[in-house]
Ligand binder design. Sequence first.
Ligand code: SF4
Length: 371
Amino acid sequence: MTNSNKLGLYIHIPFCQQKCSYCDFYSITAKQDVMDRYAKEVANEIFLLSQTHLENYISTIYLGGGTPSILSLNNLEVITNSIYKNFKCKVSEFTIEVNPSSSQNLKLYKNFGINRISLGVQSFDNNILKKIGRLHDRDMAITALEKAANCYDNVSSDFILGISENQDIISDASILLKFVKHLSAYMLKVEENTPLEKQINDKKVCVATEDTQVLQYQKLYEFCKENNFHRYEISNFACLGYESKHNLSYWDMTQYLGVGVSSHSFIGGKRYFNVSDINAYLEGKHSGRGQQLKERDYSYKDTLEEYIMLSLRTEKGLQISKFNELFNKDFLQEYQEKIKKAAQYTTLNGDWFSIKPQYFLVQNSIVSSLL
Ligand code: SF4
């Protein structure tokens, strides 16, 4: 149930300069000595994991967070040296997430083999940026984008929809598309127990209604299409050839290793979860030491359903021959009745089964009807 012996490598850097009001990821502020210790432990976990993957090679690397760009260059060197020293590498894509407020080292990342920058821009509206607690403003975002586009061919940006009823999607997107080849556009989700949720409950802040979010998404979709950014996954748009290889491997269920606090791995049909506690992680409680605190054995059914769900998030959809090979089943026979019922929303074209583009935003309910 694996995709040859290539591996994606995700490294989680949990540090942020401050917490954004909508964020429920595991991220913390920390002093330099904690970050130094963390980089060493990540390097150690990489070494330990490499010992059980001697036959495998790393094909993509993603440094995500948190805010990886607040790591010092020394710490980045410690981590990347450990990757190159311990793993066989045929890396075609190496991404680092960068916030505009910590983008001073952009150019130097090339020295570590990084060839793709993902900038957390989110918006160009200063009121919106302030409302969601970002540290940068419009000018800083544009400066960082310019710098990134001057140094790297492959630049991506994150963009959030639905923060306000009056968000000027086209104005923001037209600035972004001048600099990037890839855009990840997320709908704002008000997560439980975040400062944003409290502000909304206290009626201090309003966000866009669901209907407005859908309209904003449609506007963005049309705009991207007109500008040759094709949508290859519900939240992701790219110029041809600039689709994120690393992310595609998640949707394709290629094996990947997660390193760092709160990361997870998908190996041999099993998911492994690292601890979500920095102190425990720094004490060496991580998957490299075989101390997965939580290992959820995915059943055959879980894996199969996840494959259907993830592949139907992509524009191409589910490849029937691949499904049949992975799960030793005949997709068309197995889901015959359900496919018939969902025919209005889906397309069956040769080896591919996909959701019609106009129904992408109700992907969840279409997938539920299939499972
Ligand atoms: S920078 Fe990203 S990870 Fe850090 S608090 Fe903001 S949204 Fe969360």
